[in-house]
Write a protein that binds this ligand. Sequence first.
Ligand code: GLN
Length: 542
Amino acid sequence: MTRFIFITGGVVSSLGKGLASAALGALLQARGYKVRLRKLDPYLNVDPGTMSPTQHGEVYVTDDGAETDLDLGHYERFTGVASRQSDNVTSGRIYSSVIAKERHGDYLGATVQVIPHVTDAIKEFILADLHDEDFCLCEIGGTVGDIESLPFLEAIRQLRNDLGAENCLFVMVTLLPFIKSAGELKTKPTQHSVKELLSVGIQPDMLLCRAERTIPESERKKIALFCNVKPECVIEALDVDTIYNVPVKYHEQGFDEQVVRYFKLPVDPKPNLMPWKNIVQRVREPEGEVTIAIVGKYTSLLDSYKSLAEALAHGGIANNVRVNLKWMDSQVFESPDTLHHLEGVDGILVPGGFGERGTEGKIRAAQFAREQKIPYFGICFGMQLAVIEAARNLGGVPGATSSEFGESDSAVIGLMTEWIKGNQTEVRKSNGDLGGTMRLGAYPCEIRQGTKAREIYGADSIHERHRHRYEVNTTYRPQLEKAGLVFCGMSPDGQLPEMIERKDHPWFIGVQFHPELKSKPLDPHPLFRSFIAAAVQKARLV
Ligand code: GLN
């Protein structure tokens, strides 16, 4: 049967619980176990899809088309296990299902309450869609003490009784702040957080303590005594220079060993962490460096582009170079004489985005990349805007725009109202709901022979993940081809342009999907590998 590890957080938010869960998943995998990772988010949105990325970070999309929390990206990158809709739930989704059942009359006259109806729905979610996994790691979003997380904590408390303590482990991630004037790491906030968790009936079995300094033995013992855990279950989690070192560091601290001991599983053989060590080595000792400008709108919160930043780093790992990211607000390029900020970069990337603000700046950045022969990678919105640029400046469509910005008779990018998913037709209206209605998840794409895209993928049929409402309008195909754009990837029915490239440029590729979502440190995505290789080429030429 599947064993459950519940990961909660105390003291402050942003402790990297997601990363901690992902790294523990990778360690258990390296010990030969099959894992699944899940995230339970206490907020009331049904999913993060309608939230601004500057609020809650990137929206991570799964193959099966769920819009999920960015932590699922960490899980996939560290374990390679593809996440599913059933791996992320929010209070909003739980309450919607409970209320729908109530309206349907499924509760047979009962008063519908948080306990047991909401908590039962949470437990059902945790236990659903598991098959032969040895471990299911469930991260509870938020910080212990938040009002919203109470039903989730109550549900996992009950589950430990339902499934038996031998099948459930509680890990709490906490912070030991370092107080400079005292020269000490402080344990009191951790003690208080554990107390808070105890007040809802949960005694953590293990504490993962984030700290900037080594935890002295005396402090470890103190934490163990006051928090009622074994000293060896107080795990030190120091800051690291690269996140790919986290599994190795946790292992050195005995995290995975204590976990398998808890479940009475064999401690030996030790996991093979060579693949992670190799990555760390490559990150620490690159043979060169390149600078990539990312021209976007959500640069105030870098979590908005989490997977993208990671995928670029993976491209660097594959090419043995450090990738310096130059985050640039696209609106800068809307003022005259600003393009010089892009001089000297080895590649320009325009990522996904929504809405008109800042688009003229992105279009100018795409034009600059095209004219200066700087490697250009346009992702989703970045492809659409590169198409608009080509249509305006080379294709004889001076008013080219996207219908996302309003009605126009030159909508080179238009609203998608109908498309095929599997063997079904999806239909949308322009005034429909915004939540969960984009073209979402994995779709096939066929790549034309003789194109750069074909060479990069080494395959003629691929699957990539989508999240968009608009698409290149193929009625403009003749003008766009005249403008030098090659339609190198199309949906199998030939209706939807998925990839474009230019023949008159060293590396100019736009993709309608999000390749960054599938890149992994142990398996860098071919497009990022190739883009960084082109940037290396460019850097060596100048
Ligand atoms: N705003 C564009 C669309 O909806 C692009 C979306 C994106 O970049 N993810 O089609």
